[in-house]
Design a protein around this ligand. Structure first.
Ligand code: SF4
Length: 350
């Protein structure tokens, strides 16, 4: 059985959005999301813009302090709000003496974990300090974590990191504005690698890049993973990219995880109506196959996370919605081995 590096249980991330007392409003950016990531694997996270993918990635690194939930990294509880039940791998609740079992309220100091848990940001233009040379940008993390005993060691480390991401030693003296988007993203990756991480949240790392550069950067992520045994949470809105790099894929809609499975299983045997519509939108290169495949076009817009629909959040756009969908939140459950989904009407949909 694969070893789990990260476990996220009942993660909630609500942001205050005005109002007072009982009328206080919250943007429910992430609502009761649970998943795990095995050591050395890539878990892809997809969904439309604003569905909570980036917030999930940032919350599990505690760049945003979660509102509620539990985050376990390498068997160490990094955060536990103390008010969510513990979870088995199949999504069921851990029971003790016939009652749900809860953890203890915990929020550990993240500094020792910052070395192991890194992030590559979406925007390579905004995520690098324009006043620092590339050498200093990469070297900053080495300095903060005291990873080089001498100036020479620091210099050598920076050089080998730049080489590792396909840049050369002369680039260390240049400033970010002197680079193309793809090269800047490589600098961002070198900065993340500077502290020898085990786990990297890749937050839409290729969305801002030209299509011709995207493949290069994705291949580089794969090569680095094979070389260094890295584990990724790979966030993107483009399912065709995510299916290329991921071992498993999770699909989010309006702050909820709606389906998660092995990549092949999810693409060819998807269960949830929202996943099916996303898959039908993947461009097909073969015109004959493309002509015979049916595109599922969803009606209406994504509702506001400030006031999400009751019951299933997808019900306002779902062609299979029933009365039950408006009344009850569908339960997140393991439908078949390793294939999770949250829908009341899976039999009707499939
Ligand atoms: Fe559609 Fe209902 Fe399933 Fe939600 S629970 S996806 S509304 S059928």
């Amino acid at each position: 059985m694969s070893e789990k590096l990260l476990k996220v249980e009942h993660l909630h991330q609500y942001f205050p959005a005005g109002g007072f007392g009982k009328n206080k409003k919250y943007v429910q950016a992430v609502d009761d999301v649970s998943f795990f990531i095995n050591k050395g694997e890539t878990l892809g996270l997809v969904g439309e813009s604003g569905c909570g993918k980036t917030t999930t990635g940032r919350s599990l690194l505690r760049l945003y302090e979660p509102t509620k939930g539990r985050i376990i990294y390498d068997e160490k509880v990094l955060f536990d709000s103390g008010d969510v039940p513990m979870m088995n791998d199949d999504g069921s609740t851990v029971m003790e003496n016939g009652k749900p079992k809860y953890g203890k309220k915990t929020a550990v100091d993240m500094k020792p974990y910052r070395r192991e848990m890194q992030i590559v940001f979406q925007d390579p233009y905004a995520s690098l300090d324009p006043r620092m040379t590339v050498g200093d940008i990469v070297g900053e993390a080495i300095d903060i974590h005291h990873l080089a005993a001498s100036k020479e060691e620091r210099y050598n480390k920076i050089q080998s990191l730049l080489q590792c991401v396909g840049l050369n030693s002369e680039h260390a003296n240049r400033y970010p504005h002197e680079f193309s988007g793809g090269q800047r993203q490589r600098v961002g990756i070198a900065r993340a690698l500077a502290v020898d991480p085990k786990f990297i949240v890749c937050d839409e790392p290729i969305s801002a890049l030209d299509v011709s550069i995207q493949a290069q950067v994705v291949n580089m992520f794969e090569d680095l993973q094979a070389e260094m045994g890295l584990t990724y949470l790979f966030i993107a809105h483009d399912l065709s990219v995510v299916k290329h790099i991921s071992n498993r894929i999770g699909v989010m809609y309006l702050g909820k995880l709606v389906e998660l499975a092995d990549s092949y299983e999810l693409i060819f045997h998807s269960l949830h109506p929202y996943t099916k519509s996303l898959i039908s939108a993947i461009p097909i290169a073969d015109p004959k196959v493309a002509r015979s495949s049916k595109r599922i076009v969803l009606e209406g817009d994504v509702p506001s996370p400030l006031n999400p629909p009751s019951g299933c959040r997808f019900r306002t756009r779902c062609p299979y919605a029933t009365e039950q969908c408006a009344q009850e939140v569908p339960q997140w459950r393991e439908v078949s081995k390793g294939h999770y989904a949250a829908c009341h009407n899976l039999e009707k949909v499939n």
